[in-house]
Design a protein around this ligand. Sequence first.
Ligand SMILES: [Zn+2]
Length: 114
Amino acid sequence: MPEETQARASGASDAAPTPQAPSGPGSGPRGPRGSGGPGGRGKFFRRKKVCKFCTEKIDAIPYRDVKLLQQFVAERGKIVPRRLTGVCTTHQRRLTRAIKQARNIALLPFATQH
Ligand SMILES: [Zn+2]
């Protein structure tokens, strides 16, 4: 009987599904992140959002303190904007005055000559 050969198709089937699902590997959510993290977003270098002068309780900014003032002056002599330094408005104004005073007595350059 030649028709007996079809009986082996219904025997032990090895058609078990493969464990690897072909659906997209990188599309699914990989678990919730950001639980307890200190806020890791923002690629830019950001200083502490606290005013330096407030934390150190510096009321009047000494215009002679060039090292201090230079932290708030960019390389070309520009005053760094407040949003970059984190200095509060009050101290930023005092800082600006201090920097201008320091410029006037030539402690700081108006602009770096190239
Ligand atoms: Zn302040």
